[in-house]
Each structure stands twice: as structure tokens, then as C-alpha cells.
Design a protein around this ligand. Sequence first.
Ligand SMILES: NC(=O)c1ccc[n+]([C@@H]2O[C@H](COP(=O)([O-])OP(=O)(O)OC[C@H]3O[C@@H](n4cnc5c(N)ncnc54)[C@H](O)[C@@H]3O)[C@@H](O)[C@H]2O)c1
Length: 350
Amino acid sequence: MNRIRVGLAGCGSVSEHYLANLQQCPHAEVVAVCDIVESRYRARMAEFGVGEGFPSLGEMLQGAEFDLLLNTTSMPSHYPLNREALLAGKHVYGEKPFADTYAHGLELLELARAKGLHLWGAPNVVTSPQFRFMAEALADGKIGKVHAAHACYGHSGPSWGPWFYKEGGGSLHDLGVYNVTTLTGLLGPAKSVIALMGTAVAQRVIERETVDVRADDNAMLLLDHGGAVFSHIQCGFVYRSANEDRTIELIAPHGAMNMLGWDWSPKGVQIRLECEMEWQTRCVASQGYSWQGGLAYAAECMVENKPCLMTPEHALHVVEIMEGARTSAKTGQRVELKSRFAWPIVAKGQ
Ligand SMILES: NC(=O)c1ccc[n+]([C@@H]2O[C@H](COP(=O)([O-])OP(=O)(O)OC[C@H]3O[C@@H](n4cnc5c(N)ncnc54)[C@H](O)[C@@H]3O)[C@@H](O)[C@H]2O)c1
């Protein structure tokens, strides 16, 4: 297999970015698209020269020959469509979160394993050169053992997609998911989570629909990574992050390190050792990384039979953390986590 045939489901906002990215990808080709709104799949067919379009995944599975489902539908459709595609023998790359609950995510993972299929869940943040730089600096012990980390991501909320504010949406699934992936990627799987989550804006008007907001728009998580390593993640649709230039901070005995820019679109890494007066800025080049390049990366791994830094076990762990956070916020209890993934993701000298 030297070119993966892709069927894309969900022709909304994000699909445009993936389709443009995949036009430059030598390892994948989008052969079909589908959306429950006909005008949307027809528009993407015309814009990107996609040969076939369908009003549902079921019809795309029946009518088109493809190897992999790229699922860019709204969040409530992720689990059912990913499941349908795996059952039909297709590899899956799902936008985040790839499942709504841990049980559903585990079911997908076991289904993929049983059928010998690939399963990926966005985001692809662990594939950025800045993530690699930070992971290697930690492995080298440059700043010492990190026991405290903080991540913050917020904006005023999407102006489209009423579903962002309904059951299954929310700021943790949409924004915090990036930071949960990055911090567990850097510090290791979390053993437990404690969270405060709430809905600050009770009603929003989105695409002329008045939405009674059911999802969180403000969340704060504390993760216990074991060995007294703690991290904090703050995300919301109710503020713009005060410091967009520095979104993730790692603090250690011999120095500190910050990610510059968002972890899904990093601009560099700042590092300062205890003996230095000034921050040093490193790793400013994107080296071909982009957040919408996750499928192109996965296709390259498939075609060239290379190991992939993104794993379904890590994506599942992130789903479990987010579900655990919701439970913790409801009950006021700390929630223990079961899932693990192979870590470190980037080993020293790898
Ligand atoms: N928009 C962004 O900038 C962005 C960036 C990164 C990730 N994402 C993620 O991508 C996903 C989609 O986001 P979006 O902003 O494109 O949303 P959107 O609302 O613009 O698009 C979703 C599309 O999915 C379609 N859809 C819903 N259920 C379907 C089903 N069962 N079968 C076929 N089509 C279906 C809808 O009709 C809609 O066209 C979300 O998980 C989001 O978090 C979005």
C-alpha cells in the first residue's frame, strides 16, 4: 500500500484544513466525503476535486472504495461513526475526542486490535518538534525533575456549531484536550484527577439558534502523575488566555521550560537554567508540523511502516481523564484512573 485512500466524514469548518493539507500529502488521497448536510459535502467536493460524495457514512461505506475514515464530524458523532467504520474494516483517524466515554473508547481500541486496524485520535501535539524538544530536554535532565506544570487555553468559544455547547461538547473536549495530551505526553500517564467544571454562560446564540448551554465552558483540572508530580490545566470559553505567548510552563529544581504559542501550533520553547539570567528561545521552526497534518503523519507511518508517536492508548487515556474530570466535578471526589500508555513517547536519543 503506497497511498492510503481516505473517506472523510463531516464537511464542516475543520474539514477544509485537513483537505488542503492532504492535497500536499504523497501518502494519502481523499477519494470520498460525506456529511448529513448535502450542500456541505457538495461544496468540499467542488473545492478540493473529490470524486464522490454521500449523505451518510453508511452510504459512503457502501458506495466508495477507501481504506481509512477521517472523522471530522461534530463530537457526538465521533464514537458511533468510528465504530461503524472499524466494524466495516476501515482504519480510523478521529478528531478529538475519538470517543465520548472511556468505555466507548476502550471498545473502539479492542475492536481495532481484534481486526488488525489502525486507530488514531487527534490531537497530534506529540508530533511537533517543540514537543520533541521538551521531551528530550526532560529526558536529558536539563532542568531536573519536573514536579509542577501548568497549562492554560481559553477563548470566547466557537461562534459556529451549536453542538459545542450541548451534551458532549464543552471547553475541556475542545480546548483542554490539547493540554491534557501534551502534559501526559511530557510527564507520563496520570494516576488520578480532581476537577472543578461549570457553565458560566447559560445561554448563547449560535448560528441564529438559541442554545441552553449544557456543556462546561470553564474547567480546571489537577492531575496526579505519581511520585508527587502534579499538573494543572485550565481551559474555558469564557476568557482569552492572558498570555498566549507562553501556554505551558514546566517548573523544576534546576530551571524551567515554557512552550511558546499554543501546543497545537507552537512557536518555540523557552528554557532557563538556574545559572542563567535570561530565557533562551529554542526550536522555533515548525519543521513541517501542523495541527491539521495529523492524518498525513499517520498515513506516512502506515505507508512507510514506521512507528507512530501518536497511539490509541494515549488518546484513550486522555478520554478517561476528561470523563474522570467530569465525574470529579459532579461528585467533589478525586477520581482514580486505570488506563496507561507507553511512555516516554520520545526516548532520549531516539
Ligand atoms: N474548527 C476547528 O478549527 C477545529 C480545529 C481542530 C479540531 N476541531 C474538531 O473537529 C471536529 C469538527 O469541528 P468543526 O469545527 O469542523 O465542526 P462543524 O460543526 O463545523 O462541522 C461538523 C460537521 O459534521 C457534520 N456531521 C455531524 N454529524 C454527522 C454524521 N453523523 N455524519 C456525517 N456528517 C456529520 C455536520 O453536518 C457538520 O458539517 C470537532 O471535534 C472539533 O473539536 C475543529
